[in-house]
Design a protein around this ligand. Structure first.
Ligand code: AMP
Length: 174
């Protein structure tokens, strides 16, 4: 299944979660066995040669893609979580969303110094979330070897927020 075909499994939902946002709903893609497998295969094809030690994803949809991708690559998965969710000692990075602001946390020992990390998300929108994840990796002395997305909304300019990273998205909406 090509990346163009994958786009057929992404549903547009206007004005969610607030007016003016065109929400890209990936649930149909996840629910379809061939499309889900093809999306993980395509993510793995890009990520594999970058030899990550871990995939870093934030809740919630990146947990689904990230867990499957880590399994496919035989590497680890690290969860960045909203404040108050991780039980151990944490570090934090704040970020702006396309809709609102928030923060992400990591356990202080989640990433070894020098570890090769690919930050993963379902959607690159304004880039705030990805920027926060990269900042978290940097705080722990890890090395970001890729920023990987299923979808990029390139008209929002998120790439500029993570300039310098090696960036790839399976599907671009420009
Ligand atoms: P951003 O930090 O602006 O790049 O936003 C990325 C995060 O917000 C991703 O985790 C997405 O799940 C979510 N997101 C932002 N905009 C959209 C959108 N238009 N459709 C679906 N998810 C979105």
């Amino acid at each position: 299944m090509s990346e163009l075909d994958l786009a057929a499994f992404i549903r547009d939902i206007p004005d969610f979660p607030s007016k003016g946002i065109l929400f890209k709903d990936l649930m149909p893609l996840l629910a379809d066995p061939a499309a889900f497998r093809a999306s993980i295969d395509a993510l793995a094809a890009w990520a594999g040669p970058r030899a990550p030690d871990v995939i870093l994803g934030a809740e919630a949809r990146a947990f689904i893609f990230g867990g499957a991708l880590a399994y496919a690559l035989g590497c680890g998965f690290v969860a960045a979580r909203k404040p108050g969710k991780l039980p151990g000692q944490t570090i934090e990075a704040r970020y702006d969303l396309e809709y609102g602001t928030d923060a992400l946390q990591l356990h202080v020992d989640a990433i070894e110094p020098g570890a090769r990390v690919i930050v993963l998300d379902d959607v690159l929108a304004t880039g705030g979330t990805a920027r926060a994840k990269i900042d978290l990796v940097n705080q722990l002395g890890g090395q970001v070897v890729g920023a990987l997305f299923v979808i990029e909304l390139s008209f929002l300019g998120g790439r500029e927020r993570i300039a310098g990273a090696d960036i790839h998205a399976l599907i671009d909406y420009s």
